[in-house]
Ligand binder design. Structure first.
Ligand code: NAD
Length: 277
């Protein structure tokens, strides 16, 4: 594939750019993932709660692309009223594999820490078992804050390969990125385009787009890549799906990166991970 990879802390190679399918209905996911695979994406980011693991799996199977060339991520939805046990986790993981029609995933993530339930250590220890069995090539977390990661590193032998967090120029997450860099955790950006709303209309980004003869989305994705983030933009529009992958033929300079750093207002689009249940 044309997409360069990053080497995770267990040696697994992960594409630096992938395709996200949040809010894409199951049937539409088949079409969107097929379009993405055709465009050259090899990494697909889904989750049990998105309700489109089956539709995603259908597109993967129909593509004819060798399994070893694909990188499939799904996530454990632990947001139920109960406290999670090893058995719950194994059951949910098996259900995800069955829906995807796969015998292993490339990355299995815990969707939210829900630290007040005090069960994420159990969940991650079970993830380590799943990885040990070969059914997930890598395991990680999502929406973890520094204290959640510190506790995980202090109290278990599990070092997540990835932390998938909300990250875009309005929420640059420098604290988490520095922590990840110190501990060999790859930073993966969700809502990398700021969900397409205000961010892509920003005049500063429009200026950089004009300077480089690129689109605002391409400027923002290039910023992610140059920061060392993995990014998983979502679109169901074929031209945008292709546009979002066409970001390897230009570079932002130091001035551009400084300009974009100035947009970091710390503004979240999604929930606060310390509170979200
Ligand atoms: P995004 O930042 O990728 O923005 C997607 C939206 O931007 C599209 O719906 C479209 O409106 C617009 N867009 C896309 N390409 C464009 C282009 N080239 N030009 C103009 N507009 C464009 O938002 P997202 O879907 O929230 O995030 C991406 C993925 O991250 C999700 O699909 C999902 O896989 C993942 N995610 C994970 C979590 C989590 O809790 N772990 C939360 C949210 C999203």
């Amino acid at each position: 594939s044309m997409v360069p990879t990053i080497t995770l802390n267990n040696g697994v190679e992960m594409p630096r750019l992938g395709f996200g399918v949040w809010q894409v209905p199951d049937a539409e996911a088949t079409t969107a993932v097929a379009t993405a695979l055709e465009a050259g994406y090899r990494s697909i980011d889904t989750a049990a709660v998105y309700g489109n693991e089956e539709g995603t799996g259908k597109a993967l199977a129909a593509s004819g692309i060798p399994r070893a060339d694909l990188f499939v991520t799904t996530k454990l939805w632990n947001s139920a009223s109960e406290t999670w046990t090893r058995d719950n986790v194994l059951r949910e993981f098996d259900a995800s594999l069955a829906k995807l029609g796969l015998d292993h995933v490339d990355l299995y993530l815990l969707h939210w820490p829900r630290a007040f339930r005090d069960d994420y250590l159990t969940i991650l220890r079970t993830f380590a078992e799943i990885a040990e069995s070969g059914r997930a090539r890598a395991i990680g977390v999502s929406n973890f804050q520094v204290p959640h990661l510190e506790r995980l590193l202090d109290e278990t032998s599990v070092v997540p390969a990835v932390n998938q967090i909300e990250l875009h120029p309005h929420l640059a997450q420098s604290g988490l990125r520095a922590f990840h860099a110190r501990h060999g955790i790859t930073t993966e950006a969700w809502s990398p385009l700021g969900q397409g709303k205000g961010l892509l209309e920003d005049a500063t980004i429009a200026g950089l787009a004009a300077k480089h003869g690129r689109t605002p989305a391409q400027i923002v994705l290039r910023w992610h890549l140059q920061l060392g983030n993995v990014a998983i933009p979502k679109s169901v529009t074929p031209s945008r799906i292709r546009e979002n992958l066409d970001v390897f033929g230009f570079e932002l300079d130091a001035d551009d990166l400084g300009t974009l750093a100035g947009l970091d207002s710390g503004t979240r689009l999604g929930p606060d991970p310390d509170e979200f249940d």
